[in-house]
Design a protein around this ligand. Structure first.
Ligand code: SF4
Length: 308
């Protein structure tokens, strides 16, 4: 936390731990939020892992230290628990680039298509889709769909292009991507790779296709964590929160962020002060309307059926 002393940070963390116990909350935090916030969480991971861990916990209340779409996933898998967001407005800009009407229009044009939707999407978009996927399983999900079936893939066209490249399938997409990952050009990635020739370059599939092709591995955040567990020299091509987390966990390893500009502004709205406020005031509760929840869950269940 910029401008805050170590003693103040420690005091904030102690206050949060005490409030968490008093109100019996299970706190989940995403890999991209500030590491001080990650420190006070009961679980840190990607969006689906966070929601599943909360469902496994005995706590009746869940606090989501992340963005709105991840709060919706947590509510989806914890329908009987009270789910609170730390911040009322923090949300994913990618997830909000496409609205439901644009997707419905695509579905009208391609009525027989499967609609594969990245899990980091608004609940309304997932409710309009037939299968959910994650950045770790998107290739496998598309490969499982019969060859003669058209596929609409939303919302991230960079992930879609990576899937097309990996599977040889043609996907129907909208032109949207994550600004945090899309801003990295081939030239910039190539320069960093040349600067650290004996490091492995890992990138998230939300990066441009030419950057993915340049990388040694194209991985989800959880897969990057597993990779760093096993390797000592790594360039991390994703949001800097993951780099900060791994640098803290493995001070002896040589880790480099692909770019210090890979910062998700909404993820960084989640601060210790906001966590303490949310717990003290027991706000901001998130709810899903019944029909949206039912359809989003069915799309997620198709994913699990395919993965077996
Ligand atoms: S990093 Fe990109 S995809 Fe992830 S929450 Fe931020 S805007 Fe959305």
């Amino acid at each position: 936390m910029y401008g805050t002393s170590k003693a103040e940070i420690t005091r904030s963390k102690e206050k949060i731990i005490s409030l968490k116990r008093e109100h019996n909350y299970f706190i989940i935090a995403h890999n991209y939020v500030d590491t001080d916030v990650q420190d006070i969480a009961d679980y840190v991971g990607d969006s689906l892992q966070m929601a599943l861990k909360a469902a496994d916990s005995d706590a009746e209340k869940v606090l989501v230290a992340s963005i709105k779409i991840m709060g919706e996933s947590a509510k989806l898998l914890n329908p009987d628990k009270k789910v609170l967001m730390v911040h009322p407005y923090a949300d994913c800009r990618l997830a909000n680039l496409n609205n439901v009407e644009e997707l419905r229009e695509l579905k009208r044009k391609h009525p027989a298509a499967e609609v594969v939707c990245y899990v980091n999407s608004a609940a309304e978009l997932r409710a309009e889709s037939t299968i959910t996927c994650t950045s770790a399983n998107c290739v496998k999900i598309v490969q499982a769909i019969p060859e003669d079936k058209q596929i609409i893939f939303i919302p991230d066209s960079n992930i879609g292009k990576w899937v097309e490249y990996q599977t040889g399938r043609k996907l129907i997409m909208l032109d949207s991507n994550c600004y945090v990952h899309h801003q990295i050009s081939f030239v910039e990635a190539n320069q960093t790779k040349a600067q650290f020739p004996d490091f492995s370059l890992l990138v998230h599939p939300e990066c441009r296709l030419e950057v993915c092709k340049l990388a040694d591995e194209v991985l989800s955040t959880s897969q990057m964590i597993n990779y760093v567990n096993e390797h000592d020299k790594v360039i991390l091509g994703t949001e800097t929160g993951l780099y900060d987390q791994l640098r803290k966990r493995y001070p002896q390893k040589l880790l480099v962020p692909l770019s210090s500009r890979m910062v998700c502004e909404d993820m960084k709205l989640i601060s210790l002060d906001m966590v303490a406020k949310a717990l003290a005031e027991e706000q901001y509760e998130i709810n899903l309307d019944g029909e949206t929840g039912k359809k989003s869950l069915s799309s997620l269940q198709r994913m699990w059926e395919i993965l077996g």
